[in-house]
Every structure is written in structure tokens, then in C-alpha cells.
Design a protein around this ligand. Structure first.
Ligand SMILES: [Zn+2]
Length: 412
């Protein structure tokens, strides 16, 4: 068993505690055995088996989360329509670079909310391809004509291609969600409002109604306590998500104070996806117009959601917009628009996101006993939260103690 010691570090452990100025992190066999002040660090039993790395006064953080990605989509590097022009097998190879970029940006866990299945998750977990740990939804539910329905006016049906799943009755919802749960998905995704990118509806409109959301929640809960994430932008959809008992509201731009306090009471999470803005060259004019309108509201409404005390986790919609690897830019948005302190934004991207993903027992903070998902970032992110968005500042990324990215050229 090899021990790795990271020393000469500033430690931000993800709990929200004050940073530790002269800190040490000890990793044994992929797990953290010590995180704290250098003065309190244990002496290694066998110094010959220790790899000691001086991180040069830079900052150690927990591996970050992106709780809302779409690895199957290209971001600004292409158009979703191009996905229709290649065989399905080709699309798996496109994932390789997206996975690598994401983990190289300091994100060691992602929740993919439509577009990749459990095979991709397991291929990464088994080391066939490098990337962040995945939790996958595979498909997204909506009703006919809703956000998951990608019949386009030409008559072409892109629903299956993007990962949409259409249900109009409670019985259909129960049957289809059971099939997904049988497949082994980690989370269920439903659109309870219309969407920005969907061809035939609007974010203001109701998507999957409350009784459909509630049926999905019940079936998923009965299947080992799986959780439901609800895409909900406009008010009608947010109401259905909250009152249907979804675990998280994705976007949540039109939240009212009444619904905010209901979310707090129910312990529901908000994933506000603040950095996404559609680019005119890769989206339809209708979608760009919707995006511009709704993102202005997103930036206006997040501060009240933070102030209300809703649990806010970090997600970006990476792949749809923005690009893969853009995740940590969301932390700067939570500070700028949401009124969070830089420390609060880091906790949102680590501990709170781990809680949302139901993995807080092993991830999200740097504490003895947890998996060694560790990121070394240049300088002090509390002094400049936007520095996290620059990949050049992500000096080292470890996933379960193994090196995933090493821009700092540390001798590991
Ligand atoms: Zn999304």
C-alpha cells in the first residue's frame, strides 16, 4: 500500500469551515486518512512507502461535481443535428474527449441527465475509458409535445436520438420508469415544464403534470430510493416538480417566494444552471430567443433562491450549452448573481452536490474515510473565484487517489 502526502497547501475541505493555511492531505489506498494542519499530521509508519508532493502553497479542494451534464451533446463544438448524421457507435468515441476535458477541469463526478446509458457509466468505472464518475438518467420523460418530444416539423422524429421518453398516463409512466430502473439508472429525469431547445413547446407551459411526477417519484423511491430530477423553468412546471415531490428542480428560474419556502420545507434541491446561453450559430433562432429571455430571469431570480435557504447544487447543462469542462464557471455565477460568498459557492459544488447525488457518505468533502477525489487549484480561489474556470489553474486532479490530470507536473 502506497501513501501519498500532499503538503505545503491551503486546504478548503468542502464543509464550509475556514481554510487551513499550512495543511497536509494524506491518502492511503485511494482514501483520505488525514486532512488538516501540518502540525497535527500523523507521522507515516513506513517512510519508504510514502510519496510526498509539495503543492507549492496552492489550494487543495474536494473533487467538484457537475449535477447536470449531457455528455452525448457537443456544446459549441458542433450541432446536435450532426449527431443524426453518424452511426450510434461513432458517438461513443466522441465521448472520450468530453470525459477527459471534464475531469481535467476539476470535475470528478457528473450526473448526466439524458443521453448516455449505464454502459458509459460502467466503462468509466471499470477503467476502460478515463473520465469523471458518472451517475446517469439515460432518458428524459415528458408528455407528447413536451420537452422530451423531438418530432420536428419536417416529420423527422429525433426523440429517440436525444434520449426522450414520451408518457401521457400515470400507468405508462410507472411502466417506463420501471424499465429504466431495471436497466440500473442512478436517477430519473422528467421535464415538468416546456424547454428552450424543444421544437414545439415553451418554458412557460406545463410539462409532465404533478401526478406523473409523483408516480415517477414513488416508483423510483420504491426501487432502492432512487431520486427524481425535474427540468422546470416556468412557474407551472416548477409547481408540478415541487408538489410532485421531485428531489431537485433543475433551472427553477420562475420560482416564487411561496414555492421557495415550500422547497425549503420539503428539503428539495435547486440546480440553477446559470452559465448556459445558447449560441446563435448552433441553435435555432426560436431557441436562441427563448434562451435570452429565460437566462435574464435566471440571473435575476437566483439571489432570492439562495437567500431563501434552498439547498443549491452546481450544474451547467454542459453539452447542450456551455461546453464540457465549463463547470467551475458556474461557481463565479453563484457569487455574481446569487450573492454567495466564494466559500459558499465551493460548498455548493462539492458537499451540497454530493448530498444531491446521494454520495455524501463517501464524496464531497476532504475528511478521513472519504474517497480521495482531490483537486489542487492555483492560488486562492476564495480571493478570485473566477480563476477556477480557467483550466490552466487546475493543477492536479485525483480520482480515488489516482492521477487523472497533472498540469502542475507534480512528481506523483
Ligand atoms: Zn439539461
Amino acid at each position: 500500500m502506497t501513501t501519498t502526502i500532499l503538503q505545503n497547501a491551503r486546504l478548503i475541505d468542502g464543509t464550509g469551515a475556514d481554510p487551513v493555511a499550512d495543511a497536509v492531505l494524506v491518502i492511503d489506498d485511494g482514501k483520505i486518512t488525514y486532512a488538516g494542519s501540518a502540525a497535527g499530521a500523523p507521522q507515516p509508519e513506513d517512510p519508504a512507502k510514502v510519496v510526498t508532493v509539495d503543492v507549492g502553497g496552492n489550494t487543495i479542494c474536494p473533487g467538484f461535481f457537475d449535477c447536470h451534464v449531457h455528455l452525448s451533446l457537443p456544446g459549441t463544438k458542433g450541432s446536435p443535428i450532426m449527431s443524426a448524421m453518424v452511426p450510434p457507435s461513432y458517438r461513443y468515441f466522441e465521448l472520450i474527449d468530453r470525459l477527459k476535458t471534464t475531469i481535467g477541469a476539476g470535475v470528478t463526478t457528473v450526473r448526466d441527465l439524458m443521453g448516455v446509458d449505464v454502459g458509459v457509466r460502467d466503462a468509466v468505472a471499470h477503467g476502460l475509458v478515463a473520465g469523471p464518475r458518472l451517475l446517469v438518467a439515460d432518458k428524459m420523460f415528458s408528455q407528447t409535445g413536451g420537452h422530451a418530444d423531438f418530432h420536428i416539423p419536417s416529420g423527422i422524429d429525433g426523440t429517440g436520438l436525444v434520449g426522450g421518453l414520451i408518457v401521457d398516463t400515470v400507468d405508462d409512466a410507472r411502466r417506463e420508469v420501471r424499465k429504466l430502473l431495471r436497466e440500473g439508472v442512478d436517477v430519473i429525469k422528467v421535464a415538468s415544464s416546456g424547454g428552450v431547445t424543444s421544437p414545439s413547446d415553451d418554458p412557460d407551459w406545463l410539462g409532465a403534470r404533478t401526478e406523473i411526477v409523483a408516480a415517477l417519484v414513488e416508483e423510483a423511491d420504491n426501487y432502492g430510493g432512487r431520486k427524481v430530477a425535474a427540468h422546470a423553468i416556468g412557474l407551472a412546471g416548477i409547481q408540478a416538480a415541487v408538489q410532485g415531490g421531485a428531489h431537485s428542480v433543475e433551472h427553477g428560474y420562475a420560482l416564487t417566494d411561496e414555492l421557495r419556502s415550500e422547497m425549503v420545507d420539503r428539503g428539495q434541491f435547486l440546480v440553477p444552471t446559470l452559465i448556459e446561453t445558447l449560441k446563435p450559430d448552433t441553435a435555432t433562432p426560436q431557441a436562441v430567443a427563448k434562451s435570452t429571455k429565460w437566462h435574464a430571469l435566471a440571473h435575476e431570480s437566483i439571489a432570492a433562491s439562495v437567500a431563501a435557504g434552498i439547498k443549491v447544487a452546481v450544474g451547467t447543462d454542459a453539452g447542450l450549452v456551455p461546453d464540457h469542462g465549463a463547470t467551475l464557471g458556474e461557481l463565479g455565477c453563484l457569487v455574481k448573481f446569487g450573492g454567495m460568498t466564494p466559500m459558499q459557492a465551493i460548498v455548493a459544488g462539492t458537499r451540497t452536490s454530493a448530498e444531491l447525488c446521494d454520495v455524501a457518505d463517501k464524496l464531497g468533502t476532504l475528511e478521513a474515510g472519504k474517497l480521495a477525489d482531490v483537486v489542487v487549484v492555483k492560488g486562492d480561489p476564495l480571493a478570485d473565484i473566477d480563476s477556477l474556470a480557467d483550466h490552466d489553474n487546475i493543477l492536479l486532479v485525483l480520482k480515488e487517489g489516482k492521477t487523472a490530470s497533472n498540469r502542475g507536473a507534480y512528481a506523483l
